[in-house]
Design a protein around this ligand. Structure first.
Ligand code: BES
Ligand code: ZN
Ligand code: ZN
Length: 476
């Protein structure tokens, strides 16, 4: 799908373009006009009530409606925009960027395994209005972000049988091949030499061995006097059977998406490089398959992590926090100023928040506030849960230092927090001026119908990570 701009009014577009007309109320219908053109009268509710949140859904609705009616060409007037509340808080560049981004997200479908390609495609959207250079740059930016998020969705949606840790590394390399991003991949031997005992243990049971994927984008000055980087660490479990604590019944169905955190890190680094964001950003993806075999790690095993801390494996299905532990320790080598890890860590996050927000856990009030704002601005919504010291007592180890699930109390209560508390043990040596936040994105791993996105990966929270890369306050 191409998105073009024109300074001419939408009404003078060739007749092959269906005109999108925003209308108040809830009815959406097609109207044939006397001049031979067709208008898609899109009901958007009350114009006065359109917000940044509802605007994203309106953009997606345009594409979803066009696709279900098999329209090939659309024309949308964006100047002037009839939404006063939106225009009061967002400039034209934001509106056009959001429009482009959400057109692309809504037009995405995972078709890699369809034997018959549909001959239908929404070919073009003409964005009409007197758009200045800054607004056109906004549009280009929205296109880049949309394309990168969709790239992440393609990676995340790939079935587990066709996505080994090595293939995930290959996808990361391919994504940034023409970009100034350095890719380093540790194989199993190197992982062992580095003493990443947690990643090694989780990956042991699989035929396809683990990888540790490093993406470095030095968009600002490098070296000692250079800017300290942002580090994004993404869980890269290419398939999660649960390990010997095997997942029951349907719980395993979507577990090829358990590398969604890693996929969003690849998407974000790709976008940062394509947008030439003047920041230093490092992506770390501990990749492993949590499989079942005679080689699998076992409940009761005590493993030594890269940090030197030992972990009692009380449940092999709490594997995401294990692989991330080593990534969070590895992050210290970059002397970062902010570390964010992103993971489909717990089913408990879905129970806590439903399916409309990812959980945000950090001990730093300032970081929490800034990240929640960036979540709201980007469209990847985050909601906080605490990491108070009161929760520390539950993950004490029996024979090792730390247990990977609560070893006392009600073990089903507060699962998201226990995951975060576990990870916090591996960030406690960070200097006080280095922020850390954990995002449990399990609630947003797959789309729900009201998202107006295709089934499967939402691509979240890649837009949020891109916003962090772009706007996280350097001085803050
Ligand atoms: N990958 C799962 C979490 C998950 C479940 C993500 C459903 C998305 C949808 C994770 O590795 C896991 O299995 N977590 C366990 C933790 C438990 C053993 C403490 C869980 O949520 O049950
Ligand atoms: Zn698991
Ligand atoms: Zn998992």
């Amino acid at each position: 799908m191409k998105i073009h701009t024109t300074t001419r009014a939408c009404e003078v577009a060739p007749l092959s373009y269906t005109r999108v007309v925003f209308t108040e109320g809830t009815t959406t219908k097609f109207v044939e006009r006397a001049d031979g053109s067709t208008a898609l009268m899109l009901g958007v509710g009350s114009f006065a009530k359109v917000t940044t949140r509802s605007f994203r859904l309106i953009c997606r609705n345009i594409v979803q409606t066009a696709r279900s009616s098999k329209l090939r060409k659309l024309a949308v007037q964006v100047e002037p925009m009839p939404f006063p509340a939106l225009s009061a808080v967002r400039d034209q560049a934001w509106i056009v960027a959001t429009l482009a981004e959400n057109f692309l997200l809504a037009n995405y479908e995972y078709t890699a395994y369809k034997s018959k390609r549909s001959r239908y495609a929404l070919e073009e959207i003409l964005v009409c209005g007197s758009l200045n250079a800054a607004v056109k740059r906004g549009l280009e930016r929205g296109i880049t972000v949309g394309e990168c998020v969709n790239l992440g969705r393609d990676i995340a949606n790939t079935p587990g049988g066709d996505m080994t840790p090595a293939l995930l590394a290959a996808r990361a390399r391919a994504a940034v091949r023409t970009l100034p991003v350095k890719v380093t991949v540790f194989d199993e031997k190197r992982i062992a030499r580095e003493k990443m005992g947690a990643l090694l243990a989780v990956g042991k049971g699989a035929k396809d061995k683990p990888r540790f994927i490093i993406l470095e984008y030095w968009g600002a000055k490098r070296g000692k006097s250079g800017e300290r980087p942002l580090v994004f660490a993404g869980k890269g479990i290419t398939f999660d059977t649960g390990g010997l604590n095997v997942k029951p019944g349907d719980s395993m169905l979507d577990m090829h998406l358990d590398m969604s955190g890693g996929a969003t890190v690849i998407a974000a680094l790709t976008a940062a490089a394509r947008l030439r964001i003047p920041r230093n950003i490092v992506g770390l993806i501990p990749a492993a398959e949590n499989a079942i075999s005679g080689e699998s790690f076992r409940p009761g095993d005590v493993i030594t992590t890269l940090s030197g801390k030992t972990v009692d494996v009380l449940n092999t299905d709490a594997e995401g926090r294990l692989v991330l532990a080593d990534a969070l320790t590895y992050a210290t080598r970059y002397n970062p100023r902010l570390v964010i890890d992103v993971a489909t860590l717990t089913g408990a996050a879905i129970i806590a928040l439903g399916e409309h927000a990812s959980a945000l856990l950090t001990k730093d009030d300032g970081v929490r506030e800034r990240l929640m704002t960036l979540g709201e601005e980007s469209g990847d919504y985050l909601w906080p849960l605490p990491l108070w010291s009161e929760y520390q007592q539950y993950t004490k180890g029996r024979f090792g230092d730390i247990a990977n699930i609560p070893s006392s109390g009600n073990t089903r209560a507060g699962g998201v927090i226990h995951g975060g508390m576990f990870l916090s043990h591996f960030t406690d040596t960070y200097p006080s001026d280095c922020g850390w936040a954990h995002i449990d994105m399990a609630p947003r791993m797959v789309s729900v119908p009201s998202d107006k996105l295709a089934k499967g990966s939402t691509g979240e929270p890649a837009r949020f990570l891109i916003a962090v890369a772009d706007r996280y306050d350097v001085d803050g």
